[in-house]
Design a protein around this ligand. Sequence first.
Ligand SMILES: Nc1ncnc2c1ncn2[C@@H]1O[C@H](COP(=O)(O)OP(=O)(O)OP(=O)(O)O)[C@@H](O)[C@H]1O
Ligand SMILES: [Mg+2]
Length: 506
Amino acid sequence: MQENNYALQMQDITVEFPGVLANDHVSIDCKKGEVLGLLGENGAGKTTLMNVLYGLYPPTSGKILLGGNEVHISSPSEAIENGVGMVHQHFKLVDTLSVIENVILGIPSKKQRLDLEPAKKRLLELCKEYELYVDPDEIVWRLPVGKQQWVEILKALYRDCKVLVLDEPTAVLTPAESDQLCRAIRRITADGRSVVFISHKLREVIQITDRVTVIRDGKLIGTIDTKDATQIKLAEMMVGRPVTIVRKERPVFEDKKPILVMEGVSAKDDRGIQALKNLNLIVHSGEIVGLAGVDGNGQRELAECIVGLRKLTSGSITIKDKKVNNVIADPSFVGFIPEDRQKTGLVMDFSIADNMIIKDYQNEPFAQNKILRYKVIKKHARAMIRKYNVKSPSEDVKVRNLSGGNQQKVVIARELDPEPVLDIAAHPTRGLDLGAVTNVHDILLKERNRGAAVLFISAELQEVMALSDRIIVLFGGEIMGDLNGETADQQVIGQMMLGQPLEVQK
Ligand SMILES: Nc1ncnc2c1ncn2[C@@H]1O[C@H](COP(=O)(O)OP(=O)(O)OP(=O)(O)O)[C@@H](O)[C@H]1O
Ligand SMILES: [Mg+2]
């Protein structure tokens, strides 16, 4: 066995899917104790490359070396045996099992009796060592997404991985949680382990990585030392042309009418705990109301109440003067981009074309006399793919096989294209690359300018501030204040996000 300074070397990796060359002779390496950033636009091939390392796809060319020795990895269990850990872009936890059950799931054991106690003890040691605290006995679905992320990381550390791949770990984290993750990553690498870190947030990439590799359209563009990188430089490497960020024009919308009116709305969360408390909110036509707040303060429940997926315990909701309490929203009236595109937004094993009509399949022009008209459906999908720039060789591709960012574009296209009167967009830019983020921002502004009422939910304060006409801050299911988007102060919003109402601050 010959050890070298590299924890991981992937050389000349090629992966081809029908119609897509996802990785085209890509080489990357990561030194021991190093954090390597892996960057690229949506669909560039980042996840695919890491899936090869994890034994999910066999490459058609290339080889993998771990610690200088060539390995052949043909399944995740072989990857784990070889010291590779992976936290997938979309989590793979079993929601109905407890944290500790998830952590030990799949580890072979010679014992006949399953004793969870030693495993719990070891897990708690890891929690302490990396300051990622979770309760071993909590059921996973009850945990907020941030904590689920800790479980995924702890699970890999429990298996003593030498190379840990984090595929967009911060897409679902709050700023405070992202800082916590950065600290944990430093501890992980201080142990001599290596981390491959995929993210679209360039600021973070610069903060946390030692070197950055950029891929574009499946090809290696280059690797640079992070100390020589700037956000602009990385963005240019990613998109292949100079990038500029321009603040959008925002014409005054004259004819404002109340579209969404919520009065005294209360509701419970999945655990039966009060999630919304006597909430009053109005969104007018031609305005974007940004809903800021740390995730888990009622944002999800609020959106679900509006679209009729969650029961109100009191209060009333009207959309364009029509009472809609506990009524599933009419898709031509309300566009809803849910926060979890895979569980709520898409049927993963349906094609793009089928996902595009899923709310409308019984209606003209997609069906006639209850018979689906596939020519029309496919033509519609092709038009949407072009309009929303979905990267896919055809409309027949299963949504499961699209990159994360392109899945999001499918949801957006379906929800916003019938031109609803009310758009609810929950974290619509999560996991999108720079170009796609700008695209979504443009789409939401366009919606506003045509007169739609837009409720924009995001945990990214920067984008809430950049986009909103009004900013509402939610904390513990209550509205802490209602601010003018143009003049709102970041500090004040930050305080409100921590539960200080505006009056108290003044
Ligand atoms: N199982 C699959 N079958 C067919 N095509 C696939 C499959 N997996 C990925 N692809 C395609 O390969 C390309 C690269 O996808 P990949 O998921 O690696 O991108 P990514 O860089 O991770 O993007 P994102 O930032 O959006 O997550 C995309 O065009 C995608 O549609
Ligand atoms: Mg990906």
